[in-house]
Design a protein around this ligand. Structure first.
Ligand code: AMP
Ligand code: GLY
Length: 430
């Protein structure tokens, strides 16, 4: 099988690594890929948003399956364009990708089909949003404002005070701080609890859940500092009870798949659900229409089933023939970032210790913002490396990951020291 993988981050490196283990896979192209993936893939210099360029490449190179990493090409109709030319793709069509590209669409669907989520209102103009917020009584602990469109993960703001919320509405809807994405805004109930990620392979009718995982979105320890693209992850996450999981399968996954079928846009691809485990049961925070980053880097090393076979079966509507097998292990991923991230950061800093770290047993290194220039590895992005440790417990996976992290050095390297601490506490409760 020839695969065309789209994307360039740590998630795509983990996907390429996992796909490359399949005896069915003869070649992996990656558009554009990153330097760390070079032993696994043939890089293709086509940007992920060049839909026609990617379709042409897949046709000319007789690609059997295209696997899409990021959301933007899906929201731009890459899957539709591939399918219209008789090409096979793992990833939803544009209208189904609205689950991520439009918060208004996702919330409306959840309301219509009674999928548990935070209560909400949608506003199309700043005056009515302002009036709603000014009259909200009593003022809750916080409200959550969400820009409707894709805003590179930055379009969600938690506002503790009324003044803050009114200011942010002005910034979003009048000043256009998120561009067109902030023209419509969802004002949402603030939920409290533990956050967890559940991903599932979907073929339109059948859904196979992956292991639950937990992301660490804030820059600093104890969930302080700004939101980032993800500072680490661990899997499997142990904080979901048996009853909770049964409820999630029935009330969230089951209803959603059915809802999408009823709406005439069956969902094929990877479905990512961000959940808040509240006192009143699990509630959906967000849907994503692609693999999570960095959750994928922690979850895929635990998969004991041929990933290429699963993605192919999903693209053919044949997931009901498959069962997923998992290693009886735990994984923990620490993300190393450049100083200044998620704001401005320097690049070109020399990376040292990579080989020594990677040679440790049970350690995987997935590159994100790196480059290989004049025989040395250098930093080339905000999120630089994903260091994954595997172990018989989450604690042991943590020791593996952090001992590998200690071997790596670049000037201005920052990482969180508490990845997995809360996850380990969840296991201690059982
Ligand atoms: P999202 O991009 O929708 O995942 O939101 C980013 C982050 O904001 C989530 O990971 C949560 O930590 C937080 N968040 C989003 N919606 C809510 C909510 N209704 N209540 C509390 N926190 C939320
Ligand atoms: N880990 C969060 C995301 O992939 O959006």
């Amino acid at each position: 099988m020839k695969i065309l993988l789209i994307g360039l981050g740590g998630r795509e490196h983990a996907l390429a690594w996992s796909l490359s283990k399949s005896s069915r896979v003869k070649k992996i192209f990656c558009a554009p890929g990153n330097a760390g993936m070079s032993g696994l893939v043939s890089p293709v210099a086509i940007p992920p948003l060049d839909v026609q360029g990617l379709v042409r490449f897949a046709q000319e190179n007789k690609v059997d399956l295209t696997v899409v990493g990021p959301e933007a090409p899906l929201a731009a109709g890459l899957a539709d364009a591939m399918l219209s030319q008789g090409l096979h793709v793992f990833g939803p069509c544009r209208s189904a990708a609205q689950l991520e590209s439009s918060k208004v669409f996702a919330k409306g669907l959840m309301k219509k089909y009674e999928i548990p989520t935070a209560s909400f209102e949608v506003f199309e103009d700043p005056d009515s949003a302002g009036s709603y917020l000014s009259h909200l009584h009593p003022w809750p602990e916080a409200v959550v404002l969400k820009a409707d469109g894709l805003a590179q993960g930055k379009g969600v703001v938690i506002c503790r005070t009324r003044e803050e919320a009114l200011e942010k509405i002005e910034a979003m809807m009048v000043d256009g701080c998120y561009g067109a994405a902030g023209k419509r805004v969802v004002v949402e109930e603030f939920l409290k609890g533990e956050e967890t990620t559940l991903m599932a392979f979907c073929d339109g009718k059948t859904l196979l859940p992956l292991l639950p995982s937990q992301d660490h979105k804030r820059l600093l320890e104890a969930d302080q500092g700004p939101n980032t693209g993800g500072m680490g992850a661990c899997a499997p996450y142990g904080g979901i009870s048996f009853e909770g999981m049964t409820l999630i399968k029935k009330d969230i996954f089951g209803k959603l798949l059915w809802a999408m079928e009823r709406e005439g846009i069956p969902y094929q691809g990877l479905l990512y659900i961000g959940l808040m485990l509240t006192e009143n049961g699990p509630k959906v925070l967000e849907f994503n229409v692609r693999f999570g980053d960095p959750e994928t880097q922690a979850v895929l090393p635990l998969l004991d089933t041929d990933l290429a076979e699963v993605l192919w079966a999903a693209s053919q509507g044949r997931l009901d023939d498959l069962r997923l097998k998992w290693k009886e292990q735990f994984a923990l991923c620490v993300v190393l970032v450049s100083e200044g991230y998620p704001g401005q950061y320097p690049t070109g800093r020399t990376l040292m210790g990579l080989e020594e770290a990677a040679s440790q047993e049970g350690v995987f290194i997935f590159h994100a913002g790196t480059d290989y220039v004049k025989s040395r590895w250098i930093t080339a992005g905000g999120r630089v490396l994903n260091i994954v440790g595997l172990g018989e417990s989450l604690g042991l996976a943590r020791v593996k990951a952090y001992s590998a992290v200690q071997k790596i050095h670049f000037d201005g390297c920052h990482y969180r020291k508490d990845i997995g601490v809360r996850g380990i506490q969840e296991y201690a409760k059982v």
